[in-house]
Design a protein around this ligand. Structure first.
Ligand code: F6R
Length: 243
């Protein structure tokens, strides 16, 4: 694991954008795995800037998002697809058919999970996966104690995750209780992983991920077993690291 600590979250986000941009410059038909939430917003802003400046061309890129809420239609304003459209996809020259986000309103969610896995494989697998880290150490929506071998699956969200995500909804009861998420088994197949974490509320989870034992209680800790992971932190997220 390479760990880089930046003074603030803007710098950490810009560094993530640089690494993603470099991947696309090196391999224009890259398959990129993407995350939602607060953590990647600066990175997406920077990627949009790089695209609009003609530096990074998304015309041959394929993307797979980590997750989507069950029950939210793709055009629901709180859906992760809508988040991605707003923050990235509508502002770069990606082909609409190259965008993949699990369908939260699939009639058969289990079938949707299998199809998602097959589509990732058919695209050649993920070259670079961007991740954020939950306060409870989750990656994607893989909550504590999920089997590390799990592939894309339907997840019951924990109270902690529902609390953490309530800030994006009018009221807590509006937060969906389930999501479709790539599993840790899916994430670990990515050839390169960029983990972007900022803020003091993540410091404990960062410590568990980087210097704890590999333990399903902290799903991020499995990244210690991946051969190409770069962890980008701001100072606040790094405060519990002691080496
Ligand atoms: C988002 C995702 C989650 C988030 C994590 C951190 O697609 O899969 O694992 O990355 O919950 O969320 P933020 O960045 O909002 O703190």
């Amino acid at each position: 694991m390479l760990i880089r600590v930046f003074e603030n979250e803007v710098q950490a986000g810009q560094a993530a954008a640089l690494l993603i941009g470099a991947q696309i410059v090196r391999k224009p038909d890259s398959v990129i795995g993407l995350a939602t939430g607060s953590s990647p917003v600066t990175a997406y802003l920077e990627l949009v800037r790089m695209c609009q400046a003609g530096v990074v061309d998304w015309s041959r890129v394929t993307t797979f998002n980590l997750d989507e809420y069950v029950g939210l239609a793709p055009d629901h304003h709180q859906s992760y697809r809508a988040f991605m459209m707003k923050n990235l996809f509508s502002k770069v020259n990606i082909r609409p058919e190259a965008i993949h986000v699990p369908n939260g309103i699939a009639a058969n969610p289990a079938e949707e999970c299998l199809t998602y896995e097959r589509t990732i494989r058919a695209a050649g697998g993920v070259d670079l996966q961007l991740l954020g880290l939950g306060r409870n150490g989750h990656i994607g929506f893989n909550e504590p104690d999920t089997l590390f071998s799990t592939l894309t699956h339907v997840v019951d969200l924990t109270d902690d995750t529902i609390d953490a995500n309530a800030r994006f909804f009018v009221k807590r009861s509006d937060v969906p209780k389930q999501a479709i998420s790539m599993g840790v088994g899916t994430i670990m197949q990515a050839r390169q992983i960029i983990m972007l974490v900022t803020g003091t509320d993540k410091a404990r989870a960062v410590s568990g991920m980087v210097q704890g034992m590999i333990d399903p209680k902290c799903q991020g800790s499995i990244l210690q077993a991946h051969s190409n992971v770069t962890v980008l932190l701001d100072r606040a997220a790094a405060t519990a690291l002691n080496r």
